[in-house]
Design a protein around this ligand. Structure first.
Ligand SMILES: NC(=O)c1ccc[n+]([C@@H]2O[C@H](COP(=O)([O-])OP(=O)(O)OC[C@H]3O[C@@H](n4cnc5c(N)ncnc54)[C@H](OP(=O)(O)O)[C@@H]3O)[C@@H](O)[C@H]2O)c1
Length: 166
């Protein structure tokens, strides 16, 4: 079954987040886009570049796709600051290096997580992203995550059973 997204929320508009925002902006998947960013300078830059006013914090919505593009070392503080159940109705796509699916499941209290590893050329939309879906992610959600990450290059998805080691 196809997965529905009411909006995409990119959290962290640094190098990788900005590349994904640029790709989504250019490829126009027809899904509304929101941006959450810490840094005032980056808020201003992406605001000017894409005409989207970034917000300082994530406000959960129904059927969000949340792209976590913050630094790995910022994840613990980010997850601790979220209200209970913030991700209950979302699909989470992480690009964070070194943060396992198990760690994210525990911290975010959801199993609908796709861990991805984009390579550096993704910053100029010429990348290759490996997707690793958690065990609770549906085929439709995997397809949606592939569509989203393909805005920065090509994708390859590993079987769900690999998630146990991811
Ligand atoms: N760059 C790459 O080629 C690449 C490749 C593969 C994976 N990745 C992964 O992508 C992620 C981002 O990397 P990057 O190179 O784009 O880092 P970056 O340029 O430092 O961007 C991260 C951004 O997230 C913001 N941020 C941190 N905590 C936040 C929060 N709680 N809410 C909102 N915004 C927050 C940061 O603001 P502050 O600076 O104010 O903290 C910063 O603007 C990392 O996890 C990295 O492992 C990057």
């Amino acid at each position: 079954m196809e997965a529905f997204a009411s909006r995409i929320v990119v959290i962290g508009a640094g190098h990788m987040g900005r590349a994904i925002i640029a790709g989504l902006h250019e490829k126009a998947l027809g899904i509304p886009l929101d941006i959450v960013e810490n840094s005032n300078d980056r808020m201003r830059l992406v605001g000017e570049e894409f005409g989207i006013e970034p917000r300082p914090r994530y406000e959960p919505g129904q059927d969000d796709v949340v792209i976590l593009a913050i630094q790995p070392q910022a994840f613990a503080e980010f997850s601790a600051a979220q209200p209970a159940g913030a991700f209950a109705k979302s699909l989470v796509i992480s690009v964070m290096a070194g943060v396992s699916i198990a760690t994210m499941e525990n911290a975010l209290n959801t199993s609908r997580i796709v861990r991805t590893i984009p390579n550096t050329p993704s910053e100029i939309s010429q990348g290759m992203t490996v997707l690793c879906p958690g065990t609770a992610v549906t085929d439709g959600e995997i397809f949606l995550a592939e569509q989203i990450m393909s805005v920065i290059g090509r994708t390859v998805t590993v079987p769900r059973r690999c998630a146990a080691r991811s």
